[in-house]
Design a binder for this molecule. Structure first.
Ligand code: CO
Length: 153
């Protein structure tokens, strides 16, 4: 396994549409394990593959209720409701946080690393993390949406 450097704002890959995953093989399994290792090292709550330079539609998101990271491949938001403004930061945008409006509840469909269909019902913080990570797959950063941005250190 390997810990990657997280790519930061300014790199084109963060503005690109990531590619659909069509093959569910050892490479995807390895990518997810490396993403988990990188996220744990960085002490973050979510990561998308483009952030480590891999243009694939793969995300991991921390689910507090289960104290574990959930992986979703080719995630799509199929239902959404409510909205809520909340603080976000991003490993790819060091030193900044901002208030971003997100759905409070979403249903996400996608695949797990074995290529099986999964359906996730997410609320509150977990829903926020999933939306933030799915945005990364579409080349969108939280600073593109934030109502205000603060410098932190
Ligand atoms: Co991010």
């Amino acid at each position: 396994m390997a810990i990657y450097n997280v790519i930061t704002v300014g790199d084109e890959i963060l503005k690109s549409n990531a590619k659909e995953v069509t093959k569910f093989d050892d490479r995807i399994d390895k990518l997810i394990r490396n993403m988990i290792e990188t996220l744990n090292e960085e002490d973050g709550v979510g990561l998308a593959a483009p952030q480590i330079g891999i243009s694939k539609r793969v995300i991991i998101a921390y689910k507090e209720e289960e104290d574990r990271l959930i992986e979703v491949i080719n995630p799509v938001i199929v239902e959404s409701e409510g909205e809520c403004l909340g603080k976000e930061g991003c490993l790819s945008v060091p030193g900044k946080i901002g208030d971003v409006n997100r759905f409070t509840k979403i249903v996400v469909e996608g695949k797990n690393k074995r290529g099986e269909n999964i359906r996730i019902i997410a609320t509150d913080m977990f829903a926020r993390i999933l939306q933030h990570e799915i945005d990364h797959l579409n080349g969108i950063l939280f600073i593109d949406k934030a109502e205000n941005i603060e410098e932190i250190n």
